[in-house]
Design a protein around this ligand. Structure first.
Ligand code: CDP
Length: 223
């Protein structure tokens, strides 16, 4: 059997990594692993125990994370807590507000990286996050760095969340939130030197998926 292929998609907040990664994986028939969903699940799990976020220790986050698993769903995975699937609750604003705090804990990063590597083991995979192409899969066959203008990222995220066209005021407030989260995540967000930069500001989702799938096919054909 040919060597397995790993495609990493990293980039700033709400650049469309997860939805693109999932779609690309489906197009290629590969597996998808979303590392951000694990940071979100760990944050959500810690929120179920007492204590204000400022008092959270790495140990208390990791003990909450001990109840987290990954359940395979249609070529991808969803996090579970105590065996129950976690859905939209891990994308709620209160989780998003605290996730960077949890993502800065080195023990939590090691835990996520281990879970991601186990889920990817032995398969052709598309993995997405902030540091997949640098820390977790430095030898990936293809690395993509996905970016978009902050205003456009905010507009897309709101459209998805609200299911309607957001106002300029709403987009402005969301842009501010995204830019602040990018800044909080800056140390763990690392562009690999050998990553292909794709700016999706003026691309539709099918266009960006096709571009990345085409790159993946080109790389696979060489090996
Ligand atoms: O989709 P969005 O960019 O909003 O977030 P996500 O990919 O679900 O990631 C949520 C949070 O997890 C980020 O804000 C980071 O704090 C953290 N994260 C990380 O530190 N490293 C990763 N590889 C993935 C996510």
């Amino acid at each position: 059997m040919a060597a397995r292929h790993v495609l990493t998609i990293d980039g700033p907040a709400a650049s469309g990594k997860s939805s693109t990664a999932q779609w690309v994986a489906r197009t290629l028939g590969w597996r998808h692993v979303d590392s951000g969903s694990l940071y979100r699940a760990a944050t959500f799990a810690r929120m179920q125990a007492p204590g204000a976020p400022e008092t959270w220790t790495e140990g208390s986050v990791l003990s909450g994370a001990a109840g987290i698993g990954l359940a395979p769903v249609e070529g991808s995975f969803i996090p579970t807590l105590g065996g129950q699937p976690l859905g939209e609750e891990i994308r709620a604003p209160d989780v998003t507000a605290e996730v960077s705090r949890v993502a800065r804990m080195s023990g939590v990063r090691q835990w996520v990286n281990r879970v991601v590597q186990q889920a990817a083991q032995g398969h052709d995979v598309v993995v997405d996050g902030r540091d997949m192409g640098t820390v977790v899969f430095p030898d990936a066959s293809l690395k993509v760095w996905l970016v978009a203008d902050p205003w456009e990222r905010a507009r897309r995220r709101l459209q998805q969340r609200l299911g309607r066209r957001p106002s300029d005021e709403e987009i402005a407030a969301e842009t501010d939130e995204l830019v602040q989260r990018d800044s909080r995540d800056a140390t763990q967000t690392v562009q690999a030197r050998d990553a292909v930069l794709i700016d999706t500001t003026y691309l539709t989702q099918p266009e960006q998926v096709e571009r990345i799938a085409a790159l993946a096919r080109a790389v696979s054909a060489k090996r």
